[in-house]
Design a protein around this ligand. Structure first.
Ligand SMILES: N[C@@H](CCC[C@H](N)C(=O)O)C(=O)O
Length: 289
């Protein structure tokens, strides 16, 4: 087998190993198993990242038909996302912007076809993603769905927040405690009845009510990350809901940069950058070790 092509990239410093596999022949699930994802994401013995994005045509993903249903034909491409621990996630807001960027830079998609947006398959369903006029990329993430209230214990303190689904589960907790002072080295404890599949926890400070927030996030399957796109959307929704509003545009500052989230009752549009840092090949010696 030839040595597989690989790219490293990020969206607001939420970083990914990207594996182009258009025809599904290089990284079938049996090869890109949990152990391989962990090895790739290992920051010392591998390339290092918060997750892996496999760039593959939907027809080559065995479970794509289940999650995309009648939209399978409309989604030529599928973002096969894995967390650093090897688990699958339904959706990744930073990853999908990088995914489109890589499709363009790898010559798999013509940039001009992206202006109006391209439907990409994800395990959370189809998502439209396009080139933003002011730079970066926008993603139509679908509506935030609130499904209760809960608590998480982080660094010895309890934080109460809204349970919000962006396809994947979030606890979005507004707090007056300066989030920069929190210890996020250990996984939060949370209510497993409310979040049976685990949860991403966002701790949020309001900078300007309903307009500007900053957050830190502990991601399911990863740990603390420098940014989380779905988390930014859940946090923006919670910040607006705290003001009894169901729409508005919120600037979201994360440790790795700035995102913008436009919330309406019908959907949520996330806008932010995507950067490819390096491209090359995985070494056979490392792969076979
Ligand atoms: N960083 C991502 C979210 C990745 C998935 C998450 N860890 C989960 O398991 O739900 C984003 O930018 O949205």
């Amino acid at each position: 087998m030839t040595t597989p092509r690989v790219l490293i990239g990020h969206g607001t410093e939420n970083d990914f190993v990207v594996l182009p596999d258009p025809d599904g022949t290089t990284w079938p699930e049996r090869r890109l198993d949990e152990a391989m994802v962990r090895r790739l994401c290992d920051r010392r013995a591998g390339l290092g990242a918060d997750g892996v994005l496999r760039v593959v045509r939907s027809v080559h993903v065995p479970d794509a038909a289940d999650v995309l249903g009648g939209d399978l034909d409309a989604c030529e491409w599928f973002m096969d996302h894995r967390n650093a621990d090897g688990s699958h996630a339904e959706m990744c807001g930073n990853g999908i912007r990088l995914f489109l960027h890589v499709l363009v830079t790898e010559g798999l998609l013509d940039r001009s076809t992206c202006e109006a947006g391209v439907l990409v398959g994800t395990r959370g369903g189809p998502r439209r993603v396009g080139v933003a006029s002011g730079g970066g990329y926008w993603v139509d993430m679908g509506p935030a769905r609130e499904f209760g209230a809960g608590e998480a214990r982080v660094g010895g303190r309890d934080f109460r927040g809204r349970a919000v689904s962006m396809g994947n589960p979030h606890l979005a907790a507004l707090t007056d405690v300066d989030v920069d002072t929190l210890d996020l080295t250990r996984a939060p404890s949370f209510d497993t009845d409310l979040f049976p599949d685990g949860v991403n926890v966002e701790l949020i400070n309001v900078v300007e009510p309903g307009a500007h927030i900053r957050l830190r996030v502990f991601e399911r399957g990863v740990g603390e990350t420098r940014s989380c796109g779905t988390g930014a959307c859940a946090a923006a929704y919670a910040a607006l809901a705290a003001e009894d509003r169901s729409e508005g545009t919120v600037v979201v500052d994360v440790p790795g940069g700035r995102l913008s989230v436009q919330v309406t009752p019908g959907t949520t549009v996330l806008t932010g950058p995507a950067v490819v840092v390096a491209a090359g090949e995985l070494c056979a010696e490392w792969l076979d070790a």
